[in-house]
Structure formats: structure tokens, C-alpha cells
Design a protein around this ligand. Structure first.
Ligand code: PMP
Length: 417
């Protein structure tokens, strides 16, 4: 990845043009313009994604892979063309490596149950990190309960960076899988995934990357990362909810048994024997989210049209600006200050609960997330119950950071600080 300083930061007119692609950003909230800083939870959708959904239902709605009629062929073509576009976006070797799922959570559960569970033995180890989202903890705990495998956790330092030396030490004879987040939703840390993967592969250990937060912020090239599995959600990269992707190397998918049974995932069924479909359909039981898949491809087309570099440069600039602005506010403590960070800012305010901060900011139309961000172990690591999280997207501006800082000043007034 190029350093962002080497790429021109887009001018405010360009960002204003990007903003105008997102109709919801024109909403007023409690009489104030919406300041949407909860992109880590879900991003807003550009018109092209909304239009793709509408066009699907107006012109091609039918079930896929089943009908002999015109609409079914159209829907199937669009659905499979979307898969090919998604494969190109993440630089997969082929469309068969893209499995449609509901989102990151389902993708990780699929790998846990279909890849790991059949091969895990008592005492085998699954290596994750201390900054994981619950979606990258609990599926492995379930496999541990089911097989007797044990979970090992790589620590992080006070800045929120992964302890790579500890990772090297923890990669052992019994490690069966590494599952690591690309960008932490609670801290913003960007992990050196390519390096971690090559260290794991040197010991013959496959790697799953939780890319839920990375997709909107970084260019993702699964072959450059050389990971075995990469999971992401459409709704966090300007696409719809209810659709996501498990990228998996074809040889891995071929070797894995189906996870769920039903229609779509079979070639033939008799009561004696069922022959499974080829990959990726072997993992797609039941009628899929056809419209969602097509709209997800539209979202990735949107990101491609702008380009990862301008988005990265803009967000890096915004992160630097917001970090400096929040550091200047008395009684604010930033949680997560790793050198490699995406545009996610977690912080706490002395003697004010994060929920109170979030509620008061909402009165000014400012949407942030307040809570544990489904990463309770991260909260425990920092000794806090919750943080306030401002997470940025390509359409956020310096003026919105200023509004956040003013909002925090109002909160401090309310609490007599
Ligand atoms: N991993 C990370 C790092 C996340 O931020 C999230 C969503 N907050 C998830 C996994 C789960 O994503 P989803 O709810 O879309 O399945």
C-alpha cells in the first residue's frame, strides 16, 4: 500500500461531490444537519446502490439458478456477474472463491463449523488477538466446546498495536488456525496482516482475516495478503445489510464439507445419497439475497470509481485532524493510538459515561456509537466499561469533526466540567 502522504488529499469540492451521492446525508436530525460518525456500525448508501436495488426489483426479480424463464435468467446473470465483480475487487483468483453469506459473522461461523470443527482435536489451538470483535471470538469458543480445542489470545500493547513477538511465540505445533482482524472496530488498529499470514504459513497454519472494518478504508487484495479466508459485510462498505462475503482459496473450499443443507447446494438428491454442488454454491443453501449481492457489487463499483487512494488520503487526513482536535480537549482520553490506524476514534470522557455522551451528541444531530462495540475484552484491557466511537467514511468532513468537538464541549458543560 502506498503511504497516504504520497497521494493527493482530495479538495473540499471533491468531498462535497462524494457527499452528494448519499441522499441520507441531507437529512435533518432534531433540527440540525445530520453528522453521521457511526460508519463502523454501518455506512450510508450512495444513490447508485439504492438505484441498483430498485432496478433489480423493477426489472429482474425472480429466483436464481432455477427458472427457465427470462426473468430468472436475468436475475441469475446479474447475481453471478456481481460475484465476478466482487472477486475482481478483492483480487480473488476466480468467482468460485466468493461465497455469499449474510455478513462477516456468518462467514466466520461457516469457516468455524465447516473448516475447523471437522479437523480440530482436543488440545489443538486457535489463535486470535485481544482486539477481536465478538464475531471473531464466539464462533471459535463454540468449536472449542464442540471439539476440546483451546483458544489462544495474542496480547496488544497500550497503544492497541498487536504484540507481533508474542504472536510468533504463540504460533505453535498445535495451532490449527489463526483468525485475526484486519482493522479493529474498537481501536482502529490496522494489523500487518500480510506479515502475520506469512509467519503462520511458514508453520503450515491457515489464516482467516476478519475484514469487516477494512473494506471501506483500505484497498484489499486477498492474494497480496495471501490469506486463506477473508470475511466481510456489505453494509460496512456502502452496500446493503444482509449480504456479505466469505472469500476462500478454492482448494480450501473444495476440501470443506457443506455447512448448511438445502436447495441450491446440491446436484442431485435421493434418499440414499446426495451429490453436492460445485463451489461456491455448495455453501449457499436456500434462496440467497439476490438483490443484496447485486447491490453489493454496485457498492464496490462505487468505491472503485472513486479509488482507494483518494479515499485513504482523505480519511487519513480526517483522522489526523480529529485526533489532534480531540487531544486538545481536556479530560478526553483516546483509546487506541497505534501507529497504523484507520479512521476510527474511540475515546472516553472523565466522569461521564459513554452513553451519556452519545445521547447528548444525538441532540445536536451527531451520530456516534457508545458502548463496548461488541469487543468487551478490549474494554476490559483498557479498564473501561464503554467508549464513545467516532468512525469516519469517505463523505465525512473537517466541519463534522468540528461539530463533534463542539458537541463534546456541550456535554462537558452539562456535566459541569
Ligand atoms: N468484525 C468486526 C471487526 C466488526 O466491526 C463487525 C461489525 N461491527 C463484525 C465483525 C460483524 O459484522 P456483521 O455484524 O456485519 O456480521
Amino acid at each position: 500500500m502506498k503511504p497516504f502522504e504520497a497521494v493527493c488529499v482530495p479538495d473540499p469540492e471533491t468531498v462535497a461531490r462524494w457527499r452528494s451521492d448519499f441522499p441520507i446525508l441531507r437529512e435533518q436530525v432534531r433540527g440540525a444537519p445530520l453528522v453521521y460518525l457511526d460508519n463502523g456500525a454501518t455506512t450510508q448508501k450512495p444513490s447508485s446502490v439504492i438505484d441498483a436495488e430498485r432496478a433489480y426489483y423493477e426489472h429482474m426479480n425472480a429466483n436464481v439458478h432455477r427458472g427457465v424463464h427470462y426473468l430468472s435468467e436475468r436475475a441469475t446473470d446479474a447475481y453471478e456477474a456481481a460475484r465476478a465483480r466482487i472477486a475482481r475487487f478483492v483480487n480473488a483468483a476466480g468467482a468460485e472463491e466468493i461465497v455469499y453469506v449474510r455478513g462477516t459473522t456468518e462467514a466466520i461461523n461457516l469457516v468455524a463449523q465447516s473448516y475447523l470443527r471437522p479437523l480440530a482435536r482436543p488440545g489443538d489451538e486457535i489463535l486470535i488477538s485481544a482486539m477481536e470483535h465478538h464475531s471473531n471470538i464466539v464462533p471459535w469458543q463454540l468449536v472449542c466446546e464442540q471439539t476440546g480445542a483451546v483458544l489462544k489470545v495474542v496480547p496488544i500493547d497500550d497503544s492497541g498495536a498487536l504484540d507481533v513477538d508474542a504472536y510468533a511465540r504463540l504460533l505453535g505445533e498445535r495451532t490449527r488456525l489463526v483468525s485475526i482482524v484486519h482493522v479493529s472496530n474498537a481501536l482502529g488498529t490496522v494489523n500487518p496482516v500480510a506479515r502475520l499470514t506469512s509467519m503462520a504459513h511458514a508453520r503450515g497454519v491457515p489464516v482467516l482475516v476478519d475484514g469487516a472494518q477494512a473494506m471501506a478504508h483500505l484497498p484489499v487484495d486477498v492474494r497480496a495478503l495471501d490469506c486463506d479466508f477473508y470475511a466481510f459485510s456489505g453494509h460496512k462498505v456502502y452496500g446493503p445489510t444482509g449480504i456479505g462475503v466469505l472469500y476462500a482459496r478454492a482448494d480450501r473450499l473444495e476440501a470443506m464439507p457443506p455447512w448448511q443443507g438445502g436447495g441450491e447446494m446440491i446436484r442431485s438428491v435421493t434418499f440414499e445419497k446426495t451429490v453436492y454442488n460445485a463451489i461456491p454454491w455448495k455453501f449457499e443453501a436456500g434462496t440467497p439475497n439476490i438483490c443484496g449481492a447485486i447491490a453489493l457489487a454496485a457498492a464496490l463499483d462505487y468505491v472503485s470509481a472513486i479509488g482507494a487512494d483518494p479515499i485513504g488520503a482523505h480519511e487519513a487526513e480526517l483522522l489526523a485532524y480529529a485526533t489532534a482536535a480531540l487531544r486538545a480537549v481536556p479530560q478526553v482520553r483516546l483509546i487506541g493510538t497505534a501507529r497504523e490506524k484507520a479512521a476510527i476514534l474511540s475515546f472516553v470522557l472523565d466522569r461521564v459515561h459513554a452513553h451519556d455522551v452519545g445521547t447528548i451528541l444525538d441532540h445536536y444531530g451527531i451520530a456516534v456509537r457508545a458502548g463496548h462495540h461488541c469487543a468487551m475484552p478490549v474494554m476490559q484491557r483498557y479498564g473501561v466499561a464503554a467508549t464513545v466511537r467516532a468512525s469516519f467514511a469517505l463523505y465525512n468532513t473537517r466541519a463534522e469533526v468540528d461539530a463533534l468537538v463542539e458537541g463534546i464541549a456541550r456535554v462537558q458543560e452539562v456535566f459541569g466540567q
